[in-house]
Design a protein around this ligand. Structure first.
Ligand code: ADP
Ligand code: MG
Length: 422
Protein backbone atom coordinates (compact mmCIF):
# COMPACT_ATOMS: atom_id res chain seq x y z
CA UNK A 1 0.00 0.00 0.00
CA UNK A 2 2.72 2.41 1.02
CA UNK A 3 4.78 1.72 -2.09
CA UNK A 4 1.73 2.05 -4.36
CA UNK A 5 0.71 5.36 -2.84
CA UNK A 6 4.24 6.68 -3.07
CA UNK A 7 4.63 5.55 -6.68
CA UNK A 8 1.44 7.44 -7.48
CA UNK A 9 2.96 10.43 -5.65
CA UNK A 10 6.08 10.07 -7.77
CA UNK A 11 4.02 10.34 -10.92
CA UNK A 12 2.28 13.40 -9.49
CA UNK A 13 5.58 15.15 -8.65
CA UNK A 14 6.93 14.54 -12.15
CA UNK A 15 3.77 15.74 -13.90
CA UNK A 16 4.37 19.53 -13.49
CA UNK A 17 7.58 19.29 -15.54
CA UNK A 18 5.81 17.36 -18.26
CA UNK A 19 2.83 19.74 -18.33
CA UNK A 20 5.18 22.73 -18.32
CA UNK A 21 7.18 21.35 -21.23
CA UNK A 22 3.98 20.86 -23.28
CA UNK A 23 2.85 24.42 -22.43
CA UNK A 24 6.28 25.81 -23.31
CA UNK A 25 6.21 23.96 -26.65
CA UNK A 26 2.90 25.49 -27.60
CA UNK A 27 3.95 29.01 -26.76
CA UNK A 28 7.12 30.58 -28.04
CA UNK A 29 8.22 31.64 -24.60
CA UNK A 30 6.97 30.48 -21.23
CA UNK A 31 9.10 31.48 -18.37
CA UNK A 32 6.60 32.22 -15.67
CA UNK A 33 7.30 31.44 -11.99
CA UNK A 34 3.57 31.85 -11.30
CA UNK A 35 2.64 29.07 -13.76
CA UNK A 36 5.41 26.89 -12.27
CA UNK A 37 4.25 27.72 -8.75
CA UNK A 38 0.64 26.87 -9.64
CA UNK A 39 1.58 23.53 -11.21
CA UNK A 40 3.84 22.55 -8.31
CA UNK A 41 1.22 23.68 -5.76
CA UNK A 42 -1.35 21.49 -7.46
CA UNK A 43 1.11 18.60 -7.42
CA UNK A 44 1.83 19.11 -3.71
CA UNK A 45 -1.88 19.30 -2.94
CA UNK A 46 -2.61 16.13 -4.93
CA UNK A 47 0.26 14.37 -3.15
CA UNK A 48 -1.28 15.34 0.20
CA UNK A 49 -4.66 13.97 -0.88
CA UNK A 50 -3.10 10.66 -1.96
CA UNK A 51 -0.86 10.29 1.06
CA UNK A 52 -0.35 7.18 3.17
CA UNK A 53 -1.17 7.59 6.83
CA UNK A 54 1.00 5.72 9.28
CA UNK A 55 2.80 6.29 12.58
CA UNK A 56 0.52 9.30 13.11
CA UNK A 57 1.93 11.05 10.04
CA UNK A 58 0.93 11.33 6.38
CA UNK A 59 3.60 9.99 4.06
CA UNK A 60 3.75 11.58 0.66
CA UNK A 61 6.08 13.49 -1.68
CA UNK A 62 4.75 17.01 -1.15
CA UNK A 63 8.22 18.29 -0.20
CA UNK A 64 9.62 17.22 -3.57
CA UNK A 65 7.36 19.82 -5.22
CA UNK A 66 8.34 22.39 -2.61
CA UNK A 67 12.09 21.88 -3.16
CA UNK A 68 11.79 21.81 -6.96
CA UNK A 69 9.68 24.95 -7.02
CA UNK A 70 12.22 26.87 -4.94
CA UNK A 71 15.30 25.66 -6.81
CA UNK A 72 14.09 25.62 -10.41
CA UNK A 73 11.41 28.31 -10.49
CA UNK A 74 12.53 30.79 -7.83
CA UNK A 75 11.21 32.28 -4.58
CA UNK A 76 7.78 33.24 -5.96
CA UNK A 77 6.94 29.69 -7.07
CA UNK A 78 8.54 28.27 -3.90
CA UNK A 79 6.51 30.67 -1.76
CA UNK A 80 3.31 29.61 -3.53
CA UNK A 81 3.95 25.92 -2.87
CA UNK A 82 4.98 26.68 0.71
CA UNK A 83 1.71 28.57 1.33
CA UNK A 84 -0.33 25.78 -0.25
CA UNK A 85 1.28 23.07 1.90
CA UNK A 86 1.16 25.21 5.04
CA UNK A 87 -2.53 26.16 4.76
CA UNK A 88 -3.61 22.69 3.67
CA UNK A 89 -1.79 21.21 6.62
CA UNK A 90 -3.57 23.61 9.02
CA UNK A 91 -6.94 22.74 7.45
CA UNK A 92 -6.17 19.02 7.70
CA UNK A 93 -5.44 19.48 11.43
CA UNK A 94 -4.86 16.45 13.60
CA UNK A 95 -2.53 15.93 16.54
CA UNK A 96 0.63 16.15 14.40
CA UNK A 97 -0.29 19.49 12.82
CA UNK A 98 2.42 21.40 14.66
CA UNK A 99 5.08 18.89 13.63
CA UNK A 100 3.88 19.09 10.03
CA UNK A 101 4.14 22.88 10.00
CA UNK A 102 7.61 22.89 11.59
CA UNK A 103 8.72 20.30 9.03
CA UNK A 104 7.50 22.47 6.17
CA UNK A 105 9.40 25.52 7.47
CA UNK A 106 12.61 23.56 8.14
CA UNK A 107 12.55 21.93 4.71
CA UNK A 108 11.73 25.17 2.85
CA UNK A 109 14.56 27.10 4.51
CA UNK A 110 17.41 25.14 2.86
CA UNK A 111 16.43 25.54 -0.84
CA UNK A 112 15.46 29.15 -0.08
CA UNK A 113 18.94 29.89 1.31
CA UNK A 114 20.89 28.32 -1.57
CA UNK A 115 18.62 29.73 -4.26
CA UNK A 116 21.11 32.30 -5.53
CA UNK A 117 24.07 29.96 -5.59
CA UNK A 118 22.16 27.08 -7.18
CA UNK A 119 22.60 28.20 -10.80
CA UNK A 120 26.36 28.50 -10.46
CA UNK A 121 26.64 24.70 -10.40
CA UNK A 122 26.84 22.47 -13.46
CA UNK A 123 23.61 20.66 -14.49
CA UNK A 124 24.72 17.30 -13.01
CA UNK A 125 25.79 18.91 -9.75
CA UNK A 126 22.43 20.66 -9.58
CA UNK A 127 20.65 17.30 -9.83
CA UNK A 128 22.87 15.86 -7.06
CA UNK A 129 22.29 18.94 -4.89
CA UNK A 130 18.53 18.64 -5.35
CA UNK A 131 18.70 14.96 -4.33
CA UNK A 132 20.75 15.92 -1.24
CA UNK A 133 18.12 18.48 -0.24
CA UNK A 134 15.56 15.71 -0.80
CA UNK A 135 17.53 13.61 1.69
CA UNK A 136 17.45 16.56 4.11
CA UNK A 137 13.65 16.62 3.90
CA UNK A 138 13.60 12.91 4.76
CA UNK A 139 15.85 13.48 7.74
CA UNK A 140 13.60 16.29 9.01
CA UNK A 141 10.54 14.04 8.67
CA UNK A 142 12.29 11.19 10.46
CA UNK A 143 13.43 13.46 13.30
CA UNK A 144 9.97 14.91 13.78
CA UNK A 145 8.53 11.40 13.75
CA UNK A 146 10.92 10.41 16.55
CA UNK A 147 10.16 13.64 18.41
CA UNK A 148 6.42 13.04 18.14
CA UNK A 149 6.75 9.51 19.48
CA UNK A 150 8.95 10.57 22.36
CA UNK A 151 6.50 13.36 23.26
CA UNK A 152 3.75 10.76 23.36
CA UNK A 153 5.97 8.53 25.45
CA UNK A 154 5.98 5.78 22.84
CA UNK A 155 9.12 4.27 21.45
CA UNK A 156 9.33 4.02 17.72
CA UNK A 157 9.81 0.45 16.66
CA UNK A 158 12.41 1.20 14.04
CA UNK A 159 13.34 -2.46 13.67
CA UNK A 160 9.95 -3.55 12.49
CA UNK A 161 9.35 -0.43 10.44
CA UNK A 162 12.66 -0.24 8.66
CA UNK A 163 11.33 -1.66 5.35
CA UNK A 164 8.68 1.07 5.25
CA UNK A 165 11.19 3.81 5.96
CA UNK A 166 13.52 2.41 3.30
CA UNK A 167 10.70 2.45 0.75
CA UNK A 168 9.91 6.08 1.62
CA UNK A 169 13.58 7.08 1.36
CA UNK A 170 14.15 5.24 -1.89
CA UNK A 171 11.04 6.45 -3.71
CA UNK A 172 11.51 10.01 -2.46
CA UNK A 173 15.12 10.13 -3.67
CA UNK A 174 14.30 8.56 -7.04
CA UNK A 175 11.35 10.92 -7.54
CA UNK A 176 13.32 14.05 -6.76
CA UNK A 177 16.29 12.97 -8.90
CA UNK A 178 14.07 12.16 -11.89
CA UNK A 179 12.13 15.41 -11.54
CA UNK A 180 15.38 17.42 -11.25
CA UNK A 181 16.82 15.68 -14.32
CA UNK A 182 13.64 16.44 -16.29
CA UNK A 183 13.85 20.06 -15.15
CA UNK A 184 17.43 20.21 -16.36
CA UNK A 185 16.27 18.89 -19.73
CA UNK A 186 13.74 21.70 -19.87
CA UNK A 187 16.38 24.29 -18.94
CA UNK A 188 18.74 22.96 -21.62
CA UNK A 189 15.96 23.00 -24.21
CA UNK A 190 15.08 26.63 -23.54
CA UNK A 191 18.78 27.61 -23.63
CA UNK A 192 19.19 25.88 -27.00
CA UNK A 193 16.12 27.68 -28.30
CA UNK A 194 17.57 31.01 -27.25
CA UNK A 195 20.92 30.18 -28.85
CA UNK A 196 19.29 29.21 -32.12
CA UNK A 197 17.23 32.41 -32.16
CA UNK A 198 20.36 34.49 -31.51
CA UNK A 199 22.28 32.66 -34.23
CA UNK A 200 19.41 33.23 -36.66
CA UNK A 201 19.43 36.94 -35.86
CA UNK A 202 23.20 37.16 -36.32
CA UNK A 203 22.97 35.29 -39.58
CA UNK A 204 20.37 37.71 -40.94
CA UNK A 205 22.44 40.66 -39.73
CA UNK A 206 25.54 39.18 -41.38
CA UNK A 207 23.71 38.72 -44.67
CA UNK A 208 22.38 42.26 -44.49
CA UNK A 209 25.83 43.65 -43.77
CA UNK A 210 27.30 41.65 -46.63
CA UNK A 211 24.70 42.93 -49.10
CA UNK A 212 25.25 46.53 -47.97
CA UNK A 213 29.02 46.09 -48.24
CA UNK A 214 28.52 44.71 -51.73
CA UNK A 215 26.35 47.68 -52.75
CA UNK A 216 28.81 50.21 -51.29
CA UNK A 217 31.74 48.69 -53.17
CA UNK A 218 30.42 49.61 -56.63
CA UNK A 219 30.00 53.39 -56.14
CA UNK A 220 33.32 53.38 -54.31
CA UNK A 221 35.07 51.97 -57.38
CA UNK A 222 33.47 54.65 -59.56
CA UNK A 223 34.50 57.44 -57.15
CA UNK A 224 38.03 56.07 -57.03
CA UNK A 225 38.26 55.96 -60.84
CA UNK A 226 37.16 59.56 -61.25
CA UNK A 227 39.43 60.77 -58.48
CA UNK A 228 42.37 59.10 -60.20
CA UNK A 229 41.45 60.93 -63.41
CA UNK A 230 41.18 64.23 -61.55
CA UNK A 231 44.51 63.67 -59.87
CA UNK A 232 46.29 63.52 -63.22
CA UNK A 233 45.43 67.21 -63.86
CA UNK A 234 46.18 68.42 -60.36
CA UNK A 235 49.43 69.74 -58.96
CA UNK A 236 50.68 70.92 -55.60
CA UNK A 237 48.47 70.77 -52.54
CA UNK A 238 45.42 69.28 -54.30
CA UNK A 239 47.52 66.45 -55.70
CA UNK A 240 48.65 65.52 -52.18
CA UNK A 241 45.10 65.73 -50.86
CA UNK A 242 43.84 63.49 -53.64
CA UNK A 243 46.62 60.98 -52.92
CA UNK A 244 45.49 60.84 -49.34
CA UNK A 245 41.82 60.47 -50.36
CA UNK A 246 42.73 57.69 -52.78
CA UNK A 247 44.79 55.79 -50.23
CA UNK A 248 41.96 55.97 -47.68
CA UNK A 249 39.48 54.88 -50.35
CA UNK A 250 41.79 51.96 -51.08
CA UNK A 251 41.73 51.05 -47.42
CA UNK A 252 37.93 51.19 -47.30
CA UNK A 253 37.80 49.00 -50.38
CA UNK A 254 40.21 46.51 -48.83
CA UNK A 255 38.10 46.31 -45.67
CA UNK A 256 34.94 45.73 -47.67
CA UNK A 257 36.63 43.06 -49.78
CA UNK A 258 37.98 41.35 -46.68
CA UNK A 259 34.59 41.46 -45.02
CA UNK A 260 32.84 40.04 -48.07
CA UNK A 261 35.49 37.36 -48.29
CA UNK A 262 34.88 36.51 -44.67
CA UNK A 263 31.11 36.43 -45.08
CA UNK A 264 31.44 34.01 -47.97
CA UNK A 265 34.86 33.01 -49.30
CA UNK A 266 34.58 32.96 -53.07
CA UNK A 267 36.39 30.04 -54.62
CA UNK A 268 36.18 31.26 -58.17
CA UNK A 269 38.74 29.23 -60.05
CA UNK A 270 39.49 25.72 -58.83
CA UNK A 271 42.78 24.36 -60.06
CA UNK A 272 45.21 21.63 -59.19
CA UNK A 273 48.68 22.84 -58.27
CA UNK A 274 51.69 21.84 -56.14
CA UNK A 275 51.54 23.52 -52.73
CA UNK A 276 55.26 24.24 -52.71
CA UNK A 277 54.84 26.61 -55.69
CA UNK A 278 52.29 28.75 -53.86
CA UNK A 279 54.46 28.84 -50.74
CA UNK A 280 57.51 30.05 -52.72
CA UNK A 281 55.38 32.65 -54.48
CA UNK A 282 54.01 33.96 -51.20
CA UNK A 283 57.50 34.14 -49.75
CA UNK A 284 58.73 36.11 -52.76
CA UNK A 285 55.72 38.39 -52.54
CA UNK A 286 56.35 39.24 -48.90
CA UNK A 287 60.14 39.53 -49.06
CA UNK A 288 60.14 43.29 -49.84
CA UNK A 289 57.72 43.91 -46.95
CA UNK A 290 59.96 41.92 -44.58
CA UNK A 291 63.02 43.89 -45.72
CA UNK A 292 61.17 47.15 -45.13
CA UNK A 293 60.32 46.02 -41.58
CA UNK A 294 63.92 44.88 -40.99
CA UNK A 295 62.80 41.28 -40.50
CA UNK A 296 64.52 38.26 -41.92
CA UNK A 297 62.11 35.98 -43.82
CA UNK A 298 63.35 32.41 -44.15
CA UNK A 299 61.83 29.26 -45.50
CA UNK A 300 62.38 25.52 -45.43
CA UNK A 301 60.06 23.83 -47.89
CA UNK A 302 59.48 20.16 -48.64
CA UNK A 303 59.76 19.78 -52.40
CA UNK A 304 57.64 16.63 -52.75
CA UNK A 305 54.80 16.84 -55.18
CA UNK A 306 51.84 17.51 -52.91
CA UNK A 307 48.90 18.60 -55.01
CA UNK A 308 46.02 20.74 -53.88
CA UNK A 309 42.78 21.31 -55.69
CA UNK A 310 41.40 24.66 -54.66
CA UNK A 311 41.39 28.37 -55.47
CA UNK A 312 45.04 29.31 -55.60
CA UNK A 313 44.45 32.98 -54.94
CA UNK A 314 42.39 32.34 -51.83
CA UNK A 315 45.11 30.10 -50.39
CA UNK A 316 47.66 32.80 -51.19
CA UNK A 317 45.49 35.38 -49.47
CA UNK A 318 45.22 33.23 -46.33
CA UNK A 319 48.99 32.68 -46.20
CA UNK A 320 49.81 36.32 -46.91
CA UNK A 321 47.54 37.49 -44.06
CA UNK A 322 49.14 35.15 -41.52
CA UNK A 323 52.76 35.74 -42.60
CA UNK A 324 52.17 39.50 -42.74
CA UNK A 325 50.90 39.36 -39.15
CA UNK A 326 54.04 37.46 -38.14
CA UNK A 327 56.28 40.05 -39.80
CA UNK A 328 54.33 42.94 -38.27
CA UNK A 329 54.61 41.39 -34.80
CA UNK A 330 58.38 40.95 -35.11
CA UNK A 331 60.75 43.79 -34.14
CA UNK A 332 63.65 44.86 -36.34
CA UNK A 333 66.37 42.22 -36.49
CA UNK A 334 63.89 39.42 -35.75
CA UNK A 335 63.14 36.39 -37.87
CA UNK A 336 60.07 34.83 -39.47
CA UNK A 337 60.33 31.26 -40.73
CA UNK A 338 58.03 29.50 -43.12
CA UNK A 339 58.33 25.72 -42.89
CA UNK A 340 56.47 23.11 -44.90
CA UNK A 341 56.54 19.38 -44.19
CA UNK A 342 54.58 16.44 -45.49
CA UNK A 343 53.19 14.06 -42.85
CA UNK A 344 50.57 11.30 -43.26
CA UNK A 345 49.34 12.70 -46.54
CA UNK A 346 48.74 16.08 -44.97
CA UNK A 347 50.65 19.31 -45.53
CA UNK A 348 51.92 20.90 -42.32
CA UNK A 349 52.79 24.57 -42.74
CA UNK A 350 54.41 26.38 -39.82
CA UNK A 351 54.78 30.16 -39.62
CA UNK A 352 57.14 30.92 -36.77
CA UNK A 353 58.14 34.37 -35.62
CA UNK A 354 60.33 35.83 -32.91
CA UNK A 355 57.87 38.66 -32.31
CA UNK A 356 56.00 40.05 -29.36
CA UNK A 357 53.78 37.00 -28.94
CA UNK A 358 50.34 36.94 -27.36
CA UNK A 359 48.99 36.15 -23.91
CA UNK A 360 46.11 33.82 -23.17
CA UNK A 361 43.41 36.48 -23.57
CA UNK A 362 44.80 37.78 -26.83
CA UNK A 363 44.99 34.24 -28.19
CA UNK A 364 41.38 33.66 -27.22
CA UNK A 365 40.28 36.80 -29.07
CA UNK A 366 42.31 36.05 -32.17
CA UNK A 367 40.09 35.30 -35.13
CA UNK A 368 37.21 37.39 -33.78
CA UNK A 369 36.00 39.86 -36.38
CA UNK A 370 37.53 43.34 -36.03
CA UNK A 371 39.90 42.40 -33.21
CA UNK A 372 43.10 44.33 -33.72
CA UNK A 373 45.88 45.83 -31.62
CA UNK A 374 47.29 47.89 -34.47
CA UNK A 375 46.61 51.58 -35.13
CA UNK A 376 45.86 51.01 -38.78
CA UNK A 377 44.74 47.40 -38.44
CA UNK A 378 41.38 46.15 -39.65
CA UNK A 379 41.12 43.06 -37.47
CA UNK A 380 39.97 41.08 -40.48
CA UNK A 381 43.13 39.32 -41.71
CA UNK A 382 43.15 36.40 -39.29
CA UNK A 383 39.37 35.84 -39.46
CA UNK A 384 39.51 35.77 -43.26
CA UNK A 385 42.45 33.34 -43.27
CA UNK A 386 40.81 31.02 -40.76
CA UNK A 387 37.63 31.04 -42.77
CA UNK A 388 39.42 30.28 -46.03
CA UNK A 389 41.39 27.39 -44.52
CA UNK A 390 38.28 26.05 -42.83
CA UNK A 391 36.49 26.08 -46.22
CA UNK A 392 39.42 24.10 -47.62
CA UNK A 393 38.83 21.55 -44.82
CA UNK A 394 42.14 22.49 -43.24
CA UNK A 395 42.98 23.45 -39.68
CA UNK A 396 44.87 26.35 -38.11
CA UNK A 397 46.20 26.44 -34.57
CA UNK A 398 48.28 28.99 -32.63
CA UNK A 399 50.93 28.63 -30.02
CA UNK A 400 52.36 31.77 -28.53
CA UNK A 401 54.47 33.06 -25.68
CA UNK A 402 54.44 36.71 -24.71
CA UNK A 403 57.75 38.35 -25.60
CA UNK A 404 59.14 35.19 -27.24
CA UNK A 405 57.11 34.61 -30.36
CA UNK A 406 54.29 32.80 -32.08
CA UNK A 407 53.96 29.65 -34.12
CA UNK A 408 51.02 29.18 -36.45
CA UNK A 409 50.39 25.62 -37.60
CA UNK A 410 48.27 25.08 -40.68
CA UNK A 411 47.28 21.58 -41.73
CA UNK A 412 45.88 21.03 -45.21
CA UNK A 413 44.50 17.78 -46.60
CA UNK A 414 45.51 16.68 -50.07
CA UNK A 415 43.14 18.06 -52.71
CA UNK A 416 40.85 15.41 -54.14
CA UNK A 417 37.91 16.20 -56.35
CA UNK A 418 35.36 14.54 -54.09
CA UNK A 419 36.59 16.36 -50.96
CA UNK A 420 36.58 19.85 -52.35
CA UNK A 421 33.08 20.88 -53.30
CA UNK A 422 32.40 24.51 -52.62
P1 ADP B 1 45.20 43.18 -38.09
O1 ADP B 1 46.45 42.57 -38.65
O2 ADP B 1 44.54 44.10 -39.04
O3 ADP B 1 45.39 43.78 -36.74
P2 ADP B 1 44.42 40.45 -37.83
O4 ADP B 1 43.09 39.78 -37.76
O5 ADP B 1 45.31 40.02 -38.92
O6 ADP B 1 44.14 41.99 -37.89
O7 ADP B 1 45.16 40.25 -36.45
C1 ADP B 1 44.49 40.55 -35.25
C2 ADP B 1 45.48 40.80 -34.12
O8 ADP B 1 46.06 39.55 -33.72
C3 ADP B 1 46.65 41.66 -34.42
O9 ADP B 1 46.32 43.02 -34.25
C4 ADP B 1 47.72 41.20 -33.45
O10 ADP B 1 47.58 41.84 -32.22
C5 ADP B 1 47.38 39.75 -33.22
N1 ADP B 1 48.29 38.84 -33.96
C6 ADP B 1 48.02 38.14 -35.07
N2 ADP B 1 49.07 37.38 -35.46
C7 ADP B 1 50.04 37.63 -34.55
C8 ADP B 1 51.40 37.15 -34.34
N3 ADP B 1 51.96 36.28 -35.20
N4 ADP B 1 52.08 37.60 -33.26
C9 ADP B 1 51.51 38.48 -32.39
N5 ADP B 1 50.26 38.96 -32.53
C10 ADP B 1 49.54 38.55 -33.57
MG1 MG C 1 46.68 41.24 -40.17
Amino acid sequence: MLAEKLLLNMLITISPVLIYSVLADNKRKLDSPVVCGLLQSMAALTCMIFSYANYGFSWDLRYVSLILAFLYAGPVAGGMVFTTIFTTRIIMGGETVLFGLVNTVLIAVVPFLILNRFWRFTPNKRVILTAIIGAWSLLVCFLSLTAFHSVKGQSLTINTNIPDLLIVGLIDTIAIAIAAKLNEGLVEKSRMKEKIQRAEKLNTLGELAASIAHEVRNPLTVVKGFLQLMQQDEKGKNYDYLSLVLSELGRAEAIINDYLNFAKPQFEKLEEFPLVHVLSEVKMLLEPFAVKQGVQLESSLDTSNFQLLTDRNQLKQALVNLIKNAIEATPEGGKVTLTYKLKDNHAYIYITDTGKGMDHDQLARLGTLFYTTKDKGTGLGTSVSLRIIETMKGKVSYESKLGIGTEVTMILPEGKKEIVNF
